[in-house]
Design a protein. Structure first.
Length: 289
């Protein structure tokens, strides 16, 4: 980051959601082992018997959707036949680093490091957390603003974990697409972060299947704009234009809109004074102007 840059550390929620929206499996522990468990409640299950091998993505979201005033539930399920897929061990392993990392001016809560054994390459998959800046977010949106919230993080993390687990059991790109297809309605109905949802799957495919460095998120966002999926000229995307301008100048950083959102959500009573150094706190206040 530049000398005038500031990284607000994102938060890693320690739990995935249960089907009723409460805390469930300790998500922070899932990625500390060489191999993910065969079953995670309200996420996925791997089965193997005389009939073959199967991977089941099964996620239930309980939250308040767009245009709704009370919580509702939506179920998402995909049954993937892995009988003809290669069995582990595969040609790669995954390790998770919980150390927050800045990439492209964005504050990620951590990264999944993929070690490719055949090529010897190491690829990083960047994980958004609560308080991560999302250049595809929409200012004023109750669910998908510039600042990623805890519920958006928890749901997206569940989907990413499931897709990573499927790949670890031999799933192919089409299988990842199947999980994306059934989870897309949940993201659209409750969270609105369709670009981030698509980008997280792309990272997995690029780092694991294609064995190449992931596409930078700002480059992906620019492509979404070209495809007409993000209306960048709208008022709610002023922050996106400001961020992409900083990216084009070679000094990417979150815009003032993001810091203002952090102020309203995370610093209402000056909580960040205990988290940031005096100089960083002063810089945080300046960046809102």
């Amino acid at each position: 980051m530049t000398n005038n840059s500031l990284m607000i550390k994102p938060k890693l929620r320690e739990f995935l959601k249960t089907c009723d929206g409460t805390n469930g499996v300790e998500s922070a522990l899932l990625l500390t082992v060489d191999r993910l468990p065969n079953s995670v409640s309200n996420c996925y299950e791997y089965q193997e018997d005389v009939k073959g091998r199967r991977f089941i993505f099964d996620f239930k979201e309980t939250a308040t959707a767009y245009e709704e005033s009370s919580k509702s539930r939506f179920s998402s399920k995909a049954n993937i036949d892995l009988s003809l897929s290669p069995k582990p061990p595969l040609g790669w392993t995954a390790k998770y680093s919980k150390k927050p990392v800045e990439r492209w001016g964005i504050n990620w809560v951590g990264e999944i490091i993929i070690q490719q054994h055949r090529s010897g390459s190491r690829r990083s998959i960047y994980i958004p957390g609560e308080r991560t800046y999302d250049p595809a977010g929409r200012s004023g949106d109750p669910h998908a603003s510039e600042r990623i919230g805890g519920d958006c993080f928890a749901t997206q993390f569940s989907i990413t974990i499931a897709e990573l687990a499927a790949l670890s059991h031999g799933a192919v790109e089409a299988d990842v697409a199947a999980i994306q297809s059934v989870s897309h309605p949940i993201i659209k109905k409750y969270h609105g972060r369709l670009a981030l949802h698509e980008y997280m799957a792309l990272q997995l495919v690029e780092a694991i299947i294609r064995d190449r460095d992931v596409t930078p998120y700002p480059v992906f966002v620019e492509e979404q704009i070209r495809l007409g999926k993000i209306e960048v000229d709208s008022e709610c995307h002023e922050h996106s234009r400001e961020y992409l301008s900083s990216w084009a100048r070679g000094r990417p950083e979150p815009p003032k809109h993001y810091y203002r959102k952090i102020q309203s959500k995370d610093n209402g009573n000056g909580e960040l004074k205990d988290e940031l150094s005096p100089s960083d706190y002063s810089l945080f206040m300046q960046k809102q102007r």
